[in-house]
Every structure is written in C-alpha cells, then in structure tokens.
Design a protein around this ligand. Structure first.
Ligand code: AMP
Length: 176
C-alpha cells in the first residue's frame, strides 16, 4: 500500500470526542466509507496482506468489522463469518465472554461457521484494549480454525491491545 493512500485514509478518520460516552474519542470511519477511492484503498490495505496468506475464510466482528471483512472476503473469493454481540445470531451459537471497561460482554458465532483446520483471517475496524478481538479469536480456535492473522484498519497503540491477541500476529494500518 503506497504511503500516500495511508496518509489520505488517516486524514479522513474523524475524531468524535465524548462518544459514545464522556472521555472516549471515537474514531469515525464513515468518511472513508462514503468516498469510493478511500473505501477501495482501505479494502486494498487488507487485501495486500491477505495475498501473502492462504485464507479459507474471513471472520468479521460486529459491526464495522462486517463492512471491511465482507468486502475482503468477496474480493478474495472466500466465505465470510460474522461474529456478533450476544443475542443477535438466530442459529446455535458458541460464545466467549470478555471484559469491558464497565462490566462484561459476550460475542457469539454460529457453530457451523468454521470447519476444523480452516485458515482464518480476523478483521475489525479498530483495535483498542483487545478484549473484543481476543474473544473472537477464542471462538475461532474453539471451532478448530487456524487463526493466521488479526487485521485492523486502526490501532490505538496506547491501549496496548496486542498482547491480548498473542500468539496471533496482529497487523494494523493506521496507528494512533
Ligand atoms: P476493544 O475490545 O477495546 O479492543 O474495542 C474494540 C471494539 O470497540 C471494536 O469493534 C471497535 O469498533 C470499538 N471501539 C473501541 N474503541 C473505539 C474508538 N475509540 N473508536 C471507535 N471504535 C472503537
């Protein structure tokens, strides 16, 4: 990915202070989505990485991970698996709990989403504390998937989420 397009993507991410609650600076990626070139460039970041891997399925995290992950799956010619917040998936699910700043939450995945041995790339828009993606990684492994890499458009490095994903390699394109 050329440095120019990384700079353009970075410039497009909009900081929204105090959303969804006081003290959080929300990284809004919708300015990337509404611009055809930026949206394609963002997907190309992920695709560049996936080209060097042999991927069977892309897993995306509820909800913005669906936007990037499903486009990457389509362009890669592989299936897409949604991991959702508790209570959203209609069929039988496996679940993994994780900690939020206040209290706990659960992510769920349909039990027939991943076959044992399938090679998986995990995609979300943003890595913060790592709790969400670590729960997603646990679900992938519980299903017998081989998690090759976790990829994020944005990483908030000061929140130190990477260690939670160990030993999974982590890639991010815009670091803050
Ligand atoms: P975490 O579990 O702390 O790594 O949080 C990651 C999840 O929360 C991702 O699905 C993000 O979309 C969302 N998220 C956390 N912090 C932010 C933020 N500052 N801006 C936008 N999304 C965020």
């Amino acid at each position: 990915m050329v440095a120019d397009s990384i700079d353009r993507l970075r410039a497009a991410v909009r900081d929204v202070p105090n959303f969804p609650r006081h003290g959080i600076v929300f990284k809004d990626i919708t300015p990337i989505l509404i611009d055809a070139t930026l949206f394609r460039d963002s997907i190309d970041c992920f695709l560049d990485r996936c080209r060097s891997l042999t991927v069977d399925k892309v897993v995306g995290i509820d909800a913005r991970g669906f936007l990037f992950g499903s486009a990457v799956a389509y362009a890669s010619g592989v299936g897409f698996v949604p991991i959702r917040k508790k209570g959203k998936l209609p069929f039988k699910t496996a679940s993994a709990a994780y900690s939020l700043e206040y209290g706990d939450a659960e992510m769920e995945m349909h039990i027939d989403s991943i076959e044992p041995g399938e090679k998986i790339v995990l995609i979300d828009d943003l890595l913060a504390t790592g709790g969400t993606s670590a729960a997603a990684a646990a679900l992938i492994r519980k299903a017998g998937g081989e998690l090759l890499e976790a990829q994020f458009l944005i990483e908030l490095e000061f929140l130190d989420g990477r260690p939670k994903l160990e030993p999974t390699p982590v890639v991010s394109f815009l670091k803050y």
